[in-house]
Design a binder for this molecule. Sequence first.
Ligand code: PEP
Ligand code: MG
Length: 291
Amino acid sequence: EAALLEEYRHVEARTRDGIRIEVSANLGSPEEAEEALAWGAEGVGLFRTEFLFMEREELPSEEEQYIAYRRVAEIFGERPVIVRTLDVGGDKDLPGIDRPAEENPFLGWRGIRMSLDLPDLFRTQLRAVLRAAAHGNLKVMFPMVTGVEEVRAAKAHLEECRRELEEEGTSCGPLEVGVMVETPAAAILAAELAREVSFFSIGTNDLIQYTLAADRGNELLRHLYRADHPAVLELVRLTCEAAKKEGIWVGACGEAAGDPDMIPHLIRLGVTELSMSPPSIPRAKRVISRL
Ligand code: PEP
Ligand code: MG
């Protein structure tokens, strides 16, 4: 089995009827980048940035973040690397950020909500990403979006950061902006959101839990937590339909993106990029090649 999959590592995956699907890696830190390439990653569909904030009291500086993002950008070269802005909260608590206890952390202060409430923190990260973008093919995406105002506000910060850096004479790279579709609201409003961004990435882990009101980590609800639930598939369909109308692409980066049973559903609905944990890449490419 392992030997059979070996030959799929470095193929460009295409369905039998010729649809090209980009297969990318989810990264939790820069240390994982080389190995992801070796598994056959064609890019990074989700670079989680929480690692910079974990197991430490002080927040990472712009310079430290810049070095980390630049490192992955350089390792991947021409290939796209999608940096996701900070998404703490929910199941991820971080010591450097002072936060009140919440009764429902998954429905609480996390992702883009927190970033917009803490502009210094957010802008430090955006400046680092803009600078790193001069060294590779970086894109940025925002997590936990529920409406168009959040996206406009986030983009306004990004543009101001770019202006600041340019005034300081610091070079920035071009930076496409995307949003994660991981709340039912984002999927329902996909037509509106699609006018604001260059791509969508469906975060199935959260989209499933919020759609089905089933905590992603609760073992008692395993049977309810299903990526192929018709309500989840309908939201994926809506997202892809809206994206197509607006001419933007849709990726998926939750666990379902690497699941051989879910890949056919995602592709038939219009997803053209799948991002997953690197060891899942060869199998996903084989599944696609046989579709
Ligand atoms: C998701 O929600 O599907 C996702 C990829 O983001 P995270 O698992 O980091 O919440
Ligand atoms: Mg998520």
